[in-house]
Design a binder for this molecule. Structure first.
Ligand code: ITT
Ligand code: NA
Length: 188
């Protein structure tokens, strides 16, 4: 059985491949099929997107919508994560965070996987909590906000970990793990 993963972000594909590699009997096929991204919560964006894609391709398909939420900034950049990363970037975020210390630097990543097949739409969510670092810390791994996010219980940023290490604890892992369990139960 084949399941399509519709995304234009190759980093997300690489992480999904790590996380779903032992999903036996399923072949994940990444496709860069554009879908309308409505303005709304991650849940609304995933649900609308996957419904649209399924109506076009009529084959099992999932999307994954994610974002980076900083608590003291009331969840900013949140659903604007991509735009903010491409404009003010991590340096801009660190500027906004100047003067905030300790608990005030709390942030989380959230992922919502939207899956659709002939049985309808299912959403799977994952969150990883941590803190915004005081400086950009990168070992060449990761992407976007990874170099300013230190997950709870760690002292390295996501961008200082290998993709495999990040993928053991990430928001994407938690959402895709639930998706994987759901698919495994459906298999004959
Ligand atoms: P697609 O919609 O084509 O899948 P995208 O890059 O727009 O790709 P998202 O909407 O899911 O993906 O994510 C919005 C942004 O959030 C993304 O572009 C990154 O800037 C950021 N982001 C998401 N997941 C991340 C992660 O694991 N590490 C760092 N930044 C992440
Ligand atoms: Na997106």
């Amino acid at each position: 059985m084949e399941i399509y993963f519709a995304t234009g972000n190759s980093n997300k594909v690489k992480e999904a491949e790590i996380i779903l590699k032992d999903l036996k009997g399923i072949k994940i096929k990444a496709i860069n099929l554009p879908y309308p991204e409505i303005q709304g919560t991650l849940e609304e964006v995933s649900e609308f997107g996957v419904k649209y894609l399924y109506s076009k391709i009529k084959k099992p398909v999932f999307v994954e919508d994610s974002g980076f939420f900083i608590e003291v900034l009331k969840g900013f950049p949140g659903t604007y994560s991509r735009y903010v990363q491409e404009t003010i970037g991590n340096e801009g975020i660190l500027k906004l965070m100047e003067g905030f210390k300790g608990e005030e630097r709390r942030a989380y990543f959230k992922s919502v996987v939207g899956y659709c097949d002939e049985d309808g739409i299912k959403l799977f969510k994952g969150i990883v909590r941590g803190n915004v670092s005081h400086e950009i810390r990168d070992k060449g791994h990761g992407f976007a906000y990874d170099s300013i996010f230190i997950p709870e219980g760690e002292n390295r940023t996501f961008a200082e970990m290998t993709r495999e290490e990040k993928s053991r604890i990430s928001h994407r892992r938690k959402a895709l793990e639930k998706f994987k369990e759901y698919i495994e139960k459906k298999l004959p």
